[in-house]
Design a protein around this ligand. Sequence first.
Ligand code: AP5
Ligand code: MG
Length: 198
Amino acid sequence: MRLLLIGAPGAGKGTQAGRLASRFGIAHISSGDLLRQHVRDRTSLGERIKSYVDAGDLVPDGLVMDMLRKPVVAASEAGGYVLDGFPRTVEQAKTAFETAHSLGVEVQAAVHLDVPDEELVRRLLARGRGSDDTQDVIEHRLKVYRDRTVPLLEYYAEREWMFTVDGAQSPGTVHEDIVERLRKLAAFSIADGPAGTQ
Ligand code: AP5
Ligand code: MG
């Protein structure tokens, strides 16, 4: 199973990716978590990307793609992945598709988590994750999302494997809605009824 989760900052990508990963026994790969880990570990990549992450700007495509290639290929071989936060631009999607296509590991479904802006801001201020959850940086991240990621949703809009879920509901309801939609896609055969891992 190979899934993408797309949504604004605070939409619940990490929350839902974690639930999907444990329910289906696939890897949860978060571009943001991996980038923050590099910053914490002060790797050479971490030193190069820290200013982007702190400011809420996108890290240059090449750096993100190089970082993700190995874990994504390994997860594909091991049963699948849910990618959280990548791709987030049309350019990233096009480049990643070419690589995935040549390896025969294209994505099978893309989930868009839709949440109103005021709820996103409320969640992020309540969470307060380090330097990028301040009012100013949150507003900038939302602007970057509108400018760079909303065009990706438009680019994917016609694909039958892309769908939108109301992400403002409780985490459990959002999860069940996603699974219900996946069940309707021909690429998967998911048994009926909730699993015990929620
Ligand atoms: P990233 O880590 O991806 O951050 P983000 O997109 O801003 O999203 P968050 O992780 O803040 O939110 P989330 O959607 O995961 O929601 P969560 O489940 O945590 O990226 C960070 C930075 O890395 C970027 O700014 C950029 O610099 C860089 N980067 C990452 N990917 C990149 C890429 N592909 N290219 C270039 N640069 C990249 O939930 C948020 C809060 O809400 C939590 O407290 C949670 O408990 C709560 N919550 C979740 N669901 C619900 C619910 N249903 N109801 C109520 N509360 C909820
Ligand atoms: Mg996240």
